[in-house]
Design a protein around this ligand. Structure first.
Ligand code: GLY
Length: 501
């Protein structure tokens, strides 16, 4: 393996990021309350994540903060609560009162003053004081009022968990106002958030290139995963990934969520395989989500070139068309159309491309959505908070948003083309759709797997900015795999919104 190095050093993040996030939420909420002539008092109350142990054992899984809590407070420790006073804007953290034993096994027990200074909040108390502290600080009349977080995540179909604590029955509760307002705050990223997502992209792009350079026939897929994890952690300080690495080679590239426990990135890399590597590091809670596809032996065959170019053309066409006001559903259709046109030129499909689109043939080759919001979560929430409802047609129903693009959104662009028997075989049998497929040529792609190219895009005032810095052109990939320098110039770690990039 070639010796590795990095042009990056871990990004310094200040708690101003979370102060800004709290101010943004408070201002949106106050505006909402004023518009509905409601009083400006009460508390927004949040429960942070709890440490989990493995089943019935005492093995503690590495804790990662719940994303809404991370957004507002940046607290890395488990067991905290946080409140924001609607009347004064004060932010209060409630820390768990730790047993003396903690000092023996886990280290120094920090006092509230430490957390107040570190997390830049107005006050820090203990979690067993929540009811008393909030009662004392309440400035309204009648029972004190809590806004709690309760709402649907449209990616997971799970509901967020409203805070619970001893004494909550003494408070009036609103379970509907907070969730949509907080979720919408997360959709549009601040400059401070963008800087972290850019950093996660920079270190992950670098790690992808490291893997690309060092992948060799005979290795195991998990060795590619290991190289990525090492690079982003050793050089970038990224302890977490945004999601489980998908390191698919050969036919595994057609398994969209490959890399899970039952398919654990354990195939041997073979000469002639394509690799489809979907890996993104997380830094200070914010993620990246990048997919690179390349031939393991460093040289594209003509079939690999055909499919790769189809996907790259779709990736580039979407990025060229992206700007505020553009519908994400239209971008998905654009990607499908570009891919089908390429497949037609390659004699894989036959007939009129508009007819294929109407028959939803695009979803046979790209069953997933074109892309999703990215931030604290890989599939950041808010995709269906505004705008059109989720479509029902194949492919379109998998879109994680149908919204129009807005300046400040960060969204992945990840077209793909896969040869998935479970989708191709029924289409080949159906009289309405079999006419579109050149079955002889498709046989040639049996075992091909798939290609996906995924970049993270910031929507700017006039277009978009690609935060991902991986080689994408065929020549670039072959050159980098043969040892050429990449990137030619250093990428920025701080990108301003609206600067026309
Ligand atoms: N790239 C991983 C995912 O979107 O699920």
């Amino acid at each position: 393996m070639a010796p590795s190095s990095s042009s990056l050093s871990p990004l310094k993040v200040t708690m101003d990021l979370h102060l800004h996030n709290r101010q943004k939420l408070l201002s949106s909420l106050r505006q909402h309350l004023s518009l509905s002539s409601r009083p400006l008092h009460g508390f927004l109350l949040f429960e942070g994540g709890e440490e989990q142990t493995r089943y019935d054992t005492d093995h503690g899984e590495l804790f990662r903060q719940e994303s809404n809590f991370a957004y507002l407070f940046g607290v890395k420790e488990p067991g905290f609560y946080g409140a924001i006073d609607v009347a004064t804007g004060d932010s209060i953290l409630f820390a768990p009162r730790l047993p003396d034993e903690y000092a023996v096994w886990c280290g120094e027990i920090n006092p509230p003053s430490f957390f107040k200074e570190h997390y830049k909040v107005s006050t820090v108390c203990y979690t067993d004081e929540i009811a008393t502290v909030l009662q004392q600080r309440y400035q309204g009349s009648g029972k004190p009022f809590l806004f709690l977080l309760h709402g649907l995540n449209t990616d997971s179909d799970n509901f967020s968990k409203p805070a619970e604590f001893q004494g909550i029955d003494e408070f009036d509760k609103d379970l509907t106002t907070l969730h949509p307002i907080l979720t919408e705050c997360r959709v549009i990223k601040s400059e401070l958030e963008i800087a972290i997502i850019q950093y996660a992209n920079d270190i992950s792009s670098e790690a992808h290139i490291e893997v690309m350079r060092n992948a060799k026939v005979g290795m195991k897929e998990y060795q590619l995963e290991s190289m990525f994890l090492h690079h982003t952690y050793f050089y970038g300080g990224c302890r977490h990934c945004s999601y489980t690495c998908i390191c698919a080679t050969g036919n595994n590239g057609a398994v969209l969520h490959y890399g899970h426990a039952a398919a654990p990135n354990d195939k041997t890399l073979e000469d002639g395989d394509m690799a489809l590597l979907d890996m993104g590091a997380e830094y200070h809670f914010y993620g990246s989500d990048i997919t690179c596809s390349f031939p393991i032996n460093g040289k594209f065959t003509s079939d690999q070139l055909l499919i790769y170019s189809a996907v790259l053309d779709a990736h580039d066409a979407v990025i060229s068309a992206m700007k505020p006001g553009v519908s994400w559903v239209d971008m998905h259709m654009l990607a499908e159309k570009v891919i089908l046109e390429s497949l037609k030129r390659g004699h894989i499909v036959v007939g009129n491309v508009d007819d294929m689109m109407a028959a939803r043939l695009g979803a046979v080759f790209m069953p997933h959505g074109l892309g999703h919001f990215l931030g604290l979560d890989t599939h950041d929430p808010g995709g269906y908070l505004k705008g059109p409802e989720r479509r029902k047609e194949p492919g379109l129903k998998s879109l994680r948003t149908a919204r129009e693009l807005q300046e400040g959104m960060v969204i992945t662009v990840e077209p793909g083309c896969y040869f998935i028997d479970a989708l191709l075989l029924p289409v080949m049998k159906s009289p309405e759709t079999s006419k579109f497929l050149n079955q002889e040529v498709i046989k040639r792609f049996n075992g091909f797997g798939g290609v996906r190219i995924e970049s993270d895009l910031l929507v700017t005032a006039s277009g978009c900015y690609n935060m991902t810095k991986c080689p994408r052109e065929i020549q670039e990939i072959e050159a980098v795999m043969a040892g050429a320098q990449w990137p030619a110039k250093k990428s920025s770690t701080h990108v301003g919104i609206g600067n026309g990039l």
